[in-house]
Ligand binder design. Structure first.
Ligand code: ZN
Length: 198
């Protein structure tokens, strides 16, 4: 990387910290950005800064939003007695794209993973249990179908069952290890409709 000037190297280094961006991609992006008109680069930088500045976690469901309470949680037309538990905001967005789910969500912001040292206290389970003290008819567990998602689903079902609230798991039509966000809407909808009680 010593072939480049300090500013170029710094830009490549920052870009290569992003997920899925190897050093080759980082170099390609860096030179692309450096070739862009200055006002376009400024606009990109401003957009990044302002997104980070204004985005926060919804006080109810924990998804990323620019309001204290996200538009889904504050929508009176949604069924607030049905809570779908997802791992992250990207998975929530995947279900929202189906336009068929009318309940609300709970975003765990992760999944239990002993290998990564992520335990039940590291994801938003306490917040989920607190929500279940209100009027809730069903908890739909829609964590991913990999080992971590399954372990998390099992843990949640054990936690929720004693409350008497219905607990279901989306059908396993979702390929194993497949991240929910990459699955098409029809498959997601089928997984939701084919959910089984735990
Ligand atoms: Zn919310």
């Amino acid at each position: 990387m010593e072939y480049y000037s300090r500013h170029i190297s710094a830009l490549i280094e920052e870009l290569s910290k992003l997920p899925g961006i190897g050093s080759k991609s980082a170099q390609r992006l860096a030179f692309h950005i450096l070739g862009m008109p200055k006002d376009q680069v400024n606009h990109l930088a401003d957009t990044l800064r302002s997104a980070r500045e204004h985005i926060q976690y919804c006080r109810v469901c924990g998804t990323l939003t620019d309001q204290e309470i996200c538009p889904i949680c504050s929508n009176p037309n949604r069924n607030h007695r049905q809570i779908m538990v997802v791992e992250n905001s990207r998975d929530l967005a995947a279900y929202e794209k189906t336009r068929k789910y009318e309940g609300v969500y709970h975003v765990l912001q992760g999944a239990i993973s002993p290998t990564l040292g992520i335990g039940p206290d590291d994801i938003r389970l306490k917040e989920l249990m607190r929500r279940l003290e209100g009027d809730v008819d069903e908890v739909i567990i829609a964590t991913n179908s990999g080992i971590e998602g399954e372990a998390t689903a099992m843990y949640i079902s054990r936690l929720v069952k004693p409350t008497g609230i219905r607990v279901s798991r989306i059908a396993s039509g979702v390929p194993v290890g497949g991240d929910l966000e990459y699955i098409d809407e029809v498959t997601l909808l089928r997984a939701l409709e084919g959910r089984v009680d735990l």
